[in-house]
Design a protein. Structure first.
Length: 146
């Protein structure tokens, strides 16, 4: 019982110094619920609260960055694997891809403006490159007209 009282007193002292629950739990092996009961009456100064908030935000940022970097790593791996699988596409596949790109990203002819030409809007350079390949190799459009 004396050990618990000593743990409680040490926890209260650490909290008064501005330590977070996680930091206290590293030094005092008790359940978080016990710690919460012991510390509910301990008030922190504004600067201590700000310091704890800053630590929390820094931890969250590290977590976000770790997840972001993991997503980038996974995306690169998927693109690398897809690149190995795709290699060369047939004229039929290019026709289908180009048609779908035009359908999704191209401007369609209006009834009041027949013959207005093909327009394609996309900010992805690879997408534009595929669309140009489609125009040149499948539609047989002259390069100087593009």
């Amino acid at each position: 019982m004396q050990a618990k009282i000593e743990q409680k007193n040490k926890a209260i002292e650490l909290r008064k110094q501005g330590f977070s629950y996680s930091e206290i739990l590293k030094q005092i092996p008790v359940s978080k619920s016990s710690l919460s009961l012991w510390l509910k009456s301990v008030k922190l100064a504004k600067s201590q609260k700000q310091n704890l908030t800053a630590k929390k935000l820094a931890g969250m940022k590290r977590g976000w960055e770790a997840r972001h970097n993991e997503r980038i790593k996974i995306t690169r791996e998927i693109k690398r694997e897809a690149g190995k699988e795709i290699k060369n596409i047939s004229d039929r596949e290019l026709w289908l891809i180009g048609t779908a790109l035009y359908w999704g990203e191209g401007n369609k002819e209006k009834k009041d403006r027949p013959g207005s030409g093909v327009k394609f809007s996309n900010s992805d350079p690879k997408m534009i490159k595929i669309f140009l390949k489609w125009l040149l190799e499948i539609i047989h459009e002259k390069r100087k007209k593009i």
